[in-house]
Design a protein around this ligand. Structure first.
Ligand code: GLN
Length: 249
């Protein structure tokens, strides 16, 4: 079995070790005998719908976002088509912002977005920094927690009826007020959580891998359980830090 990941702008959007998420996909696939190919997609490269089972885009400072936003927006139709055909997607922070309608950065410049997520983002004065804990329910009845780290000036506002990734238990989340974090559109997830996110949240890595395999095989496939005691410990430490931090500012 093989899964192909399209890693968008790895040389521009890779802040706070977000590239570690790719390493987690690679290892958790290899431990199950699944071949995983990573296709780096940079400026001028195309996203061929159907070519990737999962698209990944990391975070970045306003400067890097401004450098790639027009190129990403130009790929917008292909990214939307890929997701509509069933590809999974994970977007983190700056990448997440640019998959909404627009990101107005600290300079007031409005960077164009893809419009995949029903939201927009406006940078505020005070950065939202610290450990975060969320409660998610990606599958009905399966409530899970996500622990991570956030560092963003952007305040992200979901459209009415848009589905968040989760509810903020501790931390700021999308805007520091709504108690919501991230956004979900089918198999596409956006989030502010760095860390990197996946080493301390293995269940999410497996959920995304399972969606990617469904795209590749056309049917659901149960992934064998892995020995995740170290990952569980990392999750516990990250969750405890978020709890110590308490509520939002
Ligand atoms: N530059 C964006 C912001 O400040 C995203 C930051 C990030 O990716 N960590 O909100």
């Amino acid at each position: 079995m093989k899964v192909v990941i399209g890693h968008l702008y790895p040389d521009y959007l890779n802040i706070y070790a977000d590239r570690g998420n790719i390493a987690v996909f690679e290892r958790r696939a290899a431990w199950r005998g699944i071949e995983l190919e990573v296709d780096e997609v940079g400026p001028g490269d195309e996203v061929r719908p159907g070519a990737h089972d999962l698209l990944y885009i990391g975070g970045g400072q306003d400067r890097e976002q401004a450098l790639i936003a027009p190129d990403l927006a130009a790929k917008g139709e292909s990214v939307m088509a890929a997701v509509q055909r069933g590809a999974a997607l994970l977007a983190v922070c700056g990448g997440y912002q640019l998959l909404g309608r627009f990101y107005r950065d600290r300079s007031g410049a409005e960077l164009p977005g893809v419009g995949l997520f029903p939201l927009y983002t406006v940078a505020g004065e005070r950065r939202m920094i610290g450990d975060v804990l969320l409660e998610c329910e990606l599958e009905p009845g399966a409530r899970r927690t996500l622990a991570g780290f956030e560092n963003h000036a952007g305040r992200t506002y979901l459209d009415e009826g848009a589905e968040p990734l989760g509810r903020v238990v501790a931390g700021f989340g999308n805007d520091g007020e709504s108690g919501l974090e991230g956004c979900r559109v089918g198999r596409a997830l956006g989030t502010y959580l760095h860390g990197p996110l996946l080493p301390r949240n293995p269940w999410l890595a497996d959920w995304l891998l399972a969606q990617a395999l469904r795209h590749r095989l056309g049917e659901a496939l149960a992934l064998e359980e892995l020995e995740d005691s170290l990952e569980a410990e990392a999750h516990a430490v990250s969750s405890a830090r978020a709890h110590e931090r308490g509520g939002r500012y």
